[in-house]
Unconditional design. Structure first.
Length: 146
């Protein structure tokens, strides 16, 4: 049985570490704003096993004029479960939650390797690629949520 539910920030750390910050200190998996009341974290479960995560922050990016902005961060799926549609389901679930919160735009910094995945979900690149130190090359991507 598969299901998505809200989880705590601390529950995201193991998958963030394995998938997004392998070989780096576990402290690098804690994000500013993880514990804010406006932030929420979702987990994709197979039975009792957490195999996918996504975090959503109410956070403004000066590149966009919209007032109510949400940022996706830390989307990760267990290596054994990648390419099975789990990431897409997590993003869609997060989008639905953002719409309910009256979000106007969703944005994030996508790793270059993941940009095609997000493009297929109607996200658009804004600007040129840029480097996040110790993480790699990224694109700023966005989608209007209305």
């Amino acid at each position: 049985m598969f299901f998505i539910k809200e989880i705590s920030a601390s529950e995201t750390i193991p998958l963030r570490h394995i998938v997004l910050r392998a070989g780096k200190p576990v402290e690098s998996c804690r994000f500013d704003g993880d514990e804010l009341p406006s932030t929420f974290h979702l987990g994709y479960f197979e039975e009792d096993n957490l195999i996918g995560i996504i975090s959503v922050f109410e956070n403004k990016n000066s590149e966009f004029p919209e007032e109510k902005q949400f940022q996706i961060r830390g989307m990760a799926v267990s290596p054994l479960h990648q390419k099975l549609g789990i990431g897409q389901k997590l993003v869609q679930y997060a989008e639905t939650a953002i719409i309910k919160k009256r979000g106007e735009i969703i944005w994030f910094n996508a790793r270059i390797a993941a940009s095609e995945f997000y493009s297929k979900m109607n996200y658009h690149v804004s600007g040129n690629e840029f480097e996040i130190p110790d993480v790699g090359l990224h694109f700023l991507m966005f989608k209007k949520s209305s």
